[in-house]
Design a protein around this ligand. Structure first.
Ligand code: 5GP
Length: 222
């Protein structure tokens, strides 16, 4: 089986259209960690940095994890058409800046989104076939509670709110292209890489094929 370098090389020689990978699932389910890991293992994928009004958590870097802003700033930018989509989660706003997405796709780069189902629906509506959606579930209810607590960023109240929100998230699982249990990071990462490999080969992501096949066909005519 070819290794990652060989595959990355094939991709860099031909012009592929980038794709949007939406990683969704329950709050505290580990999707943010996975999204970050994917950007480290895959050469052509970058993380869509959202804007948010929620307070910065320990260890988070402005501009890397999120663009942190005030509610006033956020609403002003929203009105100016700065965002591709926005949502409100537990009283805070989140949104995807438009420009970075359009640029990435045209340059053949993939872009990974860590957003909720409201944003996923809106992205699908606006970007159609460019979007591949994946829903991750934790292995069990107890493990979800554990993961959310282990993060150390929740108060008793925000924990309850997030679990309530999770029940709502779970109702939407049938809207996704792929769904699987996020049991071990390694297994999930491998599955995500497999999805990316296969999706990249879809015909609409390879515009370079048309002139290639035309040239090929032309040679049969003599
Ligand atoms: P957290 O506060 O835990 O970082 O994120 C809370 C929720 O907001 C998560 O489900 C995350 O996926 C979602 N989220 C983060 N950024 C965006 C965004 O730009 N748009 C939407 N629709 N959801 C987002």
């Amino acid at each position: 089986m070819p290794n990652n370098d060989v595959i990355n090389d094939v991709f860099s020689k031909n012009k592929f259209r980038g794709m949007i990978l939406v990683l969704d699932g329950l709050l505290g389910g580990g999707k943010t960690t996975l999204a970050r890991l994917l950007t480290q293992t895959e050469k052509h994928i970058k993380f869509s940095v959202s804007a948010t009004t929620r307070p910065q958590r320990e260890g988070e870097v402005d501009g890397l994890n999120y663009h942190f802003m005030t509610k006033e700033e956020f609403l002003k930018k929203k009105e100016e058409g700065f965002f591709l989509e926005t949502t409100e989660v537990v009283g805070q706003y989140y949104g995807t800046p438009k420009q970075q997405v359009e640029e990435a796709l045209e340059n053949g780069e993939d872009i990974i989104f860590d957003i909720d189902y409201v944003g996923t629906r809106e992205l699908k509506r606006q970007m159609g076939d460019d979007v591949i959606s994946v829903f991750l579930t934790p292995p069990s209810y107890d493990s979800l509670k554990q993961r959310l607590w282990d993060r150390g960023s929740e108060t008793e109240d925000s924990f309850k709110l997030r679990m309530k929100r999770n029940a709502l998230y779970l109702e939407n699982w049938k809207e996704y292209d792929y769904i699987f249990i996020n049991d071990t990071l390694q297994d999930t990462l491998r599955r995500l890489q497999q999805i990316l490999r296969a999706e990249r080969l879809k015909r609409h992501r390879q515009p370079w094929l048309t002139p290639f096949i035309d040239e090929f066909t032309g040679q049969f005519e003599d």
